[in-house]
Design a protein around this ligand. Structure first.
Ligand SMILES: *[C@@H]1O[C@H](CO)[C@@H](O)[C@H](O)[C@H]1NC(C)=O
Length: 314
């Protein structure tokens, strides 16, 4: 790992004026998502009404492809399903590479939304929950803004009072103590998720994971405060200059290094299952989640991710 110390004020040698910079190590763009990620084809661990298809099936059925340089991953929107048969074809991909301490920037143009959908962009360590999980983009049904959540093994919690713009929804990260709710933070920005995100051309999410904290930022496409190094995916970045994060998880009551191991980036679109399914009834959506998925293929036309790129810095 390369972490350069660059003087923020060139004439000063005072340590407080040094800002940690991170250097670009990995770029995923276009077909890079097809080549550098693996398609998960196992049974959905969260019991969704989906079948996660292989790379060849995804490509043959037009569920994973490159369009205008952007990577598209989508749910089948043409098949009416039998209630006794398998779920709707969808995508779950995992980066072949893992990262420990790092910064990742996700430049996303469109995300799935609407009844039954449960899209997620997350970073997951090995031997869950031992290796930890950081959910960066996640929500269900008609959720109005993004949920950022950590899931860990025991011994990790967050202080109620933190310097962040988001609102905490849980302070215990230990998944075994919270029915796997984890310690979440809602981003207070309607353009961070779903229709608000898509109508605005999406935006950028960034994660900084160090020994002392995990921070997550979101900037809408039309935000005037998106750092130019984020917008451009610069070769070297200084998150210390990015301002107050939307979600801040300090190491006060959580040893970050021991609760978070080397992690893969995962992108998936679930339907129903343990979160979207259980929240479906209170989401204003019609009927039952599984039957909605079975009988309304065209409702999933907007259930797709479009990624301009993902960049990782170390
Ligand atoms: C399915 O999605 C594709 C891609 O957006 C769209 O062109 C097509 O019209 C959709 N099909 C149905 C039946 O809605």
């Amino acid at each position: 790992m390369f972490r350069l110390l660059i003087p923020a004020i060139a004439t000063s040698l005072a340590l407080s004026n040094f800002v940690a910079a991170w250097s670009l190590t990995d770029t995923f763009q276009g077909s890079g998502f097809l080549n550098d990620f693996s398609f998960f084809t196992g049974t959905d661990p969260t019991s969704g009404r989906v079948v996660y298809v292989s790379k060849s099936t995804a490509q043959n059925k037009g569920l994973a492809y490159v369009q205008n340089g952007n990577f598209i991953a989508r749910v089948d929107n043409t098949t009416t399903l039998s209630s006794s048969g398998a779920g709707r074809n969808s995508i779950r991909i995992s980066s072949n590479k893992q990262w420990g301490q790092h910064v990742s920037i996700y430049n996303i143009l469109h995300m799935p939304h609407g009844c039954a959908t449960w899209p997620a962009v997350w970073e997951r360590g090995d031997n869950w929950p031992a290796g930890g999980e950081i959910d960066i983009v996640e929500g269900v049904n008609n959720q109005a803004s993004d949920s950022v959540t950590l899931h860990t093994s025991s011994g990790c919690s967050m202080p109620a009072s933190r310097t962040m713009t988001g609102t905490h929804t849980g302070l215990v990260c230990d998944s075994s103590k919270t029915s796997n709710a984890g310690c979440g933070v809602t981003i207070n920005d309607g353009s961070s998720y779903g229709t608000g995100f898509n109508n605005n051309g999406g935006g950028w999410y960034a994660v900084e994971r160090s020994s002392t904290f995990i921070k997550v930022w979101f900037w809408a496409r039309d935000s005037s405060s998106v750092p130019s190094e984020v917008r451009n995916g610069a070769g070297s970045i200084n998150p210390g200059n990015w301002g107050v994060p939307d979600a801040y998880f300090p190491n006060t009551n959580c040893n970050i290094d021991s609760h978070f191991g080397p992690a893969n980036i995962i992108i998936n679109i679930d339907l129903c299952g343990s979160w979207a399914g259980s929240a479906y009834g209170s989401s204003g959506c019609p009927g039952s989640c599984d039957s909605y998925v079975n009988s309304n293929p065209a409702a999933f036309t907007s259930a797709y991710f479009s990624f301009a790129w993902v960049k990782v810095y170390q």
